[in-house]
Design a protein. Structure first.
Length: 63
């Protein structure tokens, strides 16, 4: 799991579809969506951003 790399949701872009919540089996998100457990994110997974229809997810720790 990642300590210095995790998803960040751009609230201005987010449509609140919760696709990321449904996708992530590691408990990183709660409905809203909101990142509530960033340390549970699997480093460099990027699955949630790939399924986000609004392209609202970036990652803290990316250059």
């Amino acid at each position: 799991m990642a300590a210095n790399w995790y998803p960040v949701i751009d609230a201005a872009k987010c449509s609140q579809c919760n696709s990321c919540v449904d996708f992530c089996v590691h408990g990183v998100f709660e409905p809203g969506p909101e990142v509530v457990n960033p340390s549970a994110c699997v480093e460099f997974c990027r699955g949630c951003s790939k399924i986000c229809p609004s392209e609202a997810i970036s990652y803290f720790g990316d250059n």
